[in-house]
Design a protein around this ligand. Structure first.
Ligand SMILES: *Cc1c(COP(=O)(O)O)cnc(C)c1O
Length: 228
């Protein structure tokens, strides 16, 4: 078994265990294998081992990989998206986890309409308020979500967050909890179709699952340290 296959199996077991601990069915949690900076060869090894969803944070890098790998996996954009890259992004990604402004989502809607597509998106929420992070303030989320619901070619289906970097996964728990509460609150206020919470990375995905994540975005625990 390759190292990547062995790592993937470990991660999947840990996902299953965290789901079991929280009384959730394992199938509820989807693994987004984050392949930024990794080679096509490495991505192919991951796919061979059973990866179903690829997460990339740069459009150009993803396009290059996609041209060699194609549609045998699903492609999710997890990194910041610039308006001028939207058209290219829509050619390959079926979900965008990182939407955080009206201008951006209007451009996504416009380009998706041209392609005759409806694209799934998540709103990225900056729960910690760190200035270095993209994302909406929690209190801005309702308004943008409402505006998105009027856009025919964009389907808002959940929320995403990235907590502050920490070596202790327990430090992420309060941020995950806030995101889960926010999703509940938006639903209570009448927003429909919020199904997903995208939260948890290599260091804290088990805590994220305990707090309700259904997409975990895991890179280095599967593919090893990144090449820069
Ligand atoms: C890089 C990245 C990940 C994965 O990080 P790891 O710590 O390697 O698991 C997850 N989400 C986003 C948005 C990322 O940019």
């Amino acid at each position: 078994m390759s190292l990547i296959a062995a790592n993937l199996e470990k991660v999947q077991k840990r996902i299953a265990a965290a789901a079991a601990r929280s009384g959730r069915p394992e199938e509820e949690i989807q693994l987004v294998a984050v392949t930024k900076t990794q080679s096509v060869q490495t991505v192919l090894e991951g796919i061979e081992a059973g990866v179903k969803i690829i997460g990339e944070n740069r459009v150009q890098e993803a396009l290059t990989k996609h041209s060699q790998i194609g549609e045998r996996v699903k492609w999710h954009l997890i990194g910041h998206l610039q308006k001028n890259k939207v058209k290219k992004a829509l050619a390959i990604f079926e979900m965008i986890h990182s939407v955080d402004s009206l201008e951006l989502v209007q451009e996504i809607d416009k380009q998706a309409a041209k392609l005759g597509k409806v694209i799934d998106i998540l709103l990225q929420v900056n729960v910690s308020g760190e200035l270095s992070k993209f994302g909406l303030a929690p209190e801005q989320t309702y308004r943008l979500a409402e505006q998105v619901s009027n856009l025919p070619n964009v389907n808002l289906c959940g929320l995403m967050t990235i907590p502050p970097l920490s070596s202790n996964p327990e430090n992420s728990r309060p941020y995950f909890r806030v995101l889960a509460k926010l999703k509940q609150e938006l639903t209570r206020q009448g927003l429909e179709g919020l199904k997903y919470l995208s939260m948890g990375m290599s260091n804290d995905f088990e805590v994220a699952i305990e707090e309700g994540a259904n997409f975990v975005r895991v890179g280095s625990a599967i593919f090893g340290e990144r090449n820069f």
